[in-house]
Write a protein that binds this ligand. Structure first.
Ligand code: CA
Length: 216
């Protein structure tokens, strides 16, 4: 899952980006509204965390312009608990909002929820044969036994599972799982797939030669 965070307070932006990366997300950052709109239009993010008060272009205007073309899930950050702000955000097409200051755990939960809704997945449990993914707790079991995955392995698995039955191309995976600052070593998709097969079964992830991967 690849996210965009648009926030002009440098400490908050850096903190959010690193916290979300530790959750296994690929994360791009923008420090003002114009940069945010540009990136949001240029890439297909799985969700956007959008501050309301931004220089150059505020969060509402950014959202209104984005919605002319894209339905990317948006979680807005409002500075105060003002119901007028919340109503305006939701009317403009925000999927949810969070009032500053907030706990990261709540941010993570709300992001998972808006991403889940956007993939039309209503339940947080994905069952694929003997493998179960709990996308709320981010845990995986195989035949009832817990499977330990790295954050990156989990996110690769979750992306394939959410697109079950489709061929997911390597380009899709790179675009959704790796961010603009990722170094090449952490990008080795084949290594993640190799490790996932070792843990979940060789046939669990199929290689579609010349196209990509799929989970049947
Ligand atoms: Ca701000």
């Amino acid at each position: 899952m690849r996210l965009l965070v648009v926030e002009d307070e440098p400490d908050l932006l850096a903190g959010l980006v690193s916290a979300l990366r530790r959750q296994g997300y690929a994360v791009d950052a923008a420090a003002d509204g114009e940069e945010g709109l540009f990136k949001a239009q240029a890439a297909d993010y799985d969700a956007i965390v959008l501050d309301v008060m931004l220089p150059r272009l505020d969060g509402w205007e950014l959202l209104a312009r984005l919605r002319e073309a894209k339905a990317t899930p948006v979680l807005m950050l409002t500075a105060r608990d003002r119901s007028a702000d919340r109503v305006r955000g939701l009317d403009t097409g925000a999927d949810d909002y969070l009032v500053k200051p907030f706990d990261n755990a709540e941010l993570f939960a709300r992001l998972r929820a808006i991403i889940r809704r956007s993939t039309r997945q209503t339940r947080s449990l994905l069952v694929i044969g003997e493998v179960q993914l709990d996308t709320a707790a981010r845990t995986v079991t195989r035949a009832g036994q817990p499977v330990t995955l790295t954050a990156r392995e989990y996110i690769v698995l979750e992306y394939l599972a959410l697109h079950r039955g489709e061929v997911v191309t390597r380009t899709d995976l790179y675009e959704h799982l790796f961010d603009e600052n990722d170094d090449t070593l952490s990008n080795v998709l084949d290594v993640h797939v190799f490790n996932l097969r070792k843990k979940l079964g060789q046939e669990f992830i199929l290689t579609r030669r010349g196209h990509g991967y799929s989970i049947a």
